[in-house]
Design a protein around this ligand. Structure first.
Ligand SMILES: [Ca+2]
Length: 473
């Protein structure tokens, strides 16, 4: 800590202590802040609570939540790296102004197992300021003792007037990877750090690819581009959005409800010879486009109606010339080169095998012919063989520390590792081995545009040329 910073913090705390009517010994002030500058406390909660990463970012739009209605006995626990002198704790419910603890009790512990009697109690408000703690402790637990049909939310938390937001977020290691997201475009990650973000054309981005020679294939709304690492566009194809989506209706009543939309290209795939497979949602078709940007093949999938959003989440061409598509949120089909159905699986296929998948999102076609599927809100990834047998799955209870709430994209690596992406979960990308052991997990820094999650991933160390069907993605 620099001396000027220490001085400012001391002044701040003295001013705060004057306001609070509590006199901090100078040595306590210095020891507390020296300790606090080293690391953020770890926050956990009872039940389904999540979002501790949102507590110390000074961002009032994100929050920690109990994720269930307030009831007596639910708690939020703060664990400091070392026993820390405490004066006050402030729980700010921010924009969730009614989600404050109806009443609370405060407990302290040195070992997280013996807690003793409550040292303080009180009633909450949108900004719940718990004053006069006057204790030195490693663990402090704030127990919510009221009940109401509201979640308990904390948008920001401070201790002794210190928000911890100036401490760099602990980053997570990951292999080098390219990720796609709706809010953040395509992003290159090296050793866990964001080094490059292709969000120039901000739009939903579901399925970007590293082509392995310093170039990247990136879909974005109605256009697919190949760019280099300087983000220069080397190739592009723009699909034509149907007129009814861009031209307002003449009828005044219809016009008032009408909203302009764009063709949604959720998925693409590099093919041999510099060709690219593209799914045009609103046009209800797949197209293969050559190096000059000319459509050389059009595939209409049998039985599938165009729908710009739900039509097709992921499409993959196989070495046999067939097309496998995650369709309309609830099924995955394989089609021949003319678009005729060869195989179709849906929620009924796996219901008796313990797999729910109301909303298919991700799909990877594996080299053994199996499909790895992400089921969206069902928060399950599963592998299914050619005989419709589920042979492996990942559910939230298999990986509790991931806080898995939505199963998005997937990739299978050559060594058997599975890499998954999520929405609304504590970690946005994670990898497990065959035994479901977590090998690594990654979350972006707060406020970096991934609030909704990561749609897909490509681990860049994986050998194989994408355009030669050599990646299981
Ligand atoms: Ca926050």
């Amino acid at each position: 800590m620099t001396s000027s910073r220490s001085f400012l913090l001391t002044i701040y705390l003295i001013a705060l202590s004057a306001l609070c009517g509590y006199a901090f010994p100078k040595s306590t002030i210095e020891a507390t802040h020296a300790e606090m500058l080293k690391s953020k406390p770890k926050v956990t909660g009872s039940g389904h609570a999540s979002g501790s990463e949102n507590l110390f970012d000074k961002d009032k739009t994100n929050r920690w939540s109990s994720n269930e209605f307030m009831k007596a006995g639910m708690w939020l626990q703060i664990e400091f790296a070392k026993p820390t002198p405490l004066a006050n704790i402030v729980l700010d419910a921010g924009s969730s102004q009614d989600d404050y603890p109806r009443s609370y009790e405060v407990f302290i512990s040195d070992d997280q197992s013996s807690w003793g009697d409550a040292i303080l109690s009180g009633n909450g408000s949108t900004v719940t300021s718990i004053e006069g703690i006057e204790a030195t402790t490693k663990f402090v637990r704030i127990m919510q003792t009221g009940s109401d049909n509201k979640y308990w939310s904390v948008h920001d938390l401070s201790v002794n007037g210190f928000s911890f937001s100036s401490i760099p977020v602990k980053r997570y290691w990951s292999p080098d990877m390219l990720i796609s997201s709706y809010g953040g475009g395509a992003t290159l990650i090296k050793q866990g750090e964001i080094i490059w973000n292709y969000a120039k054309y901000q739009a939903p981005c579901q399925d970007s690819w590293s082509l392995g020679n310093g170039t990247f294939l990136i879909p974005s709304s109605d256009t697919v581009r190949i760019i280099n690492s300087e983000q220069e566009v080397l190739w592009s194809y723009q699909g034509k959005t149907p007129a009814h989506m861009t031209t307002p209706p003449t009828d005044p009543e219809k016009r008032s409800k009408w909203k302009a939309r764009k063709l949604e290209i959720h998925s693409c795939q590099p093919l041999p010879g510099g060709h690219v497979l593209i799914s045009e949602g609103a046009n209800g078709r797949l197209v293969e486009v050559d190096k000059s940007g000319t459509i050389v093949k059009t595939i209409i999938l049998e039985g599938e109606k165009s729908n710009n959003h739900n039509y097709n989440r992921v499409v993959r061409k196989t070495t046999q010339g067939t097309y496998i598509a995650a369709l309309n949120h609830d099924r995955v089909g394989e089609f021949d080169s003319e678009g005729r159905v060869l195989r179709m699986i849906g929620k009924k296929t796996t219901k008796d095998q313990g797999i729910e998948w109301g909303h298919v999102h991700g799909l990877a076609v594996l080299q053994n012919g199996n499909w790895l599927i992400g089921t969206g809100y069902s928060a399950t990834f599963f592998e299914i063989d050619k005989n419709d047998r589920v042979i492996w799955s990942i559910k939230p209870e298999d990986v509790p520390e991931i806080g898995l709430k939505y199963a998005a994209g997937c990739q299978r690596l050559d060594d058997g590792t599975s890499v998954f992406t999520t929405y609304n979960s504590t970690f946005k990308v994670f990898a497990v081995d065959k035994n479901k052991k977590i090998l690594w997990k990654w979350a972006p820094p707060a406020g970096k545009g991934f609030a909704d999650g990561v749609t897909n991933v490509q681990v860049l160390s994986e050998k194989g040329v994408a355009a030669n069907f050599e990646l299981q993605k």
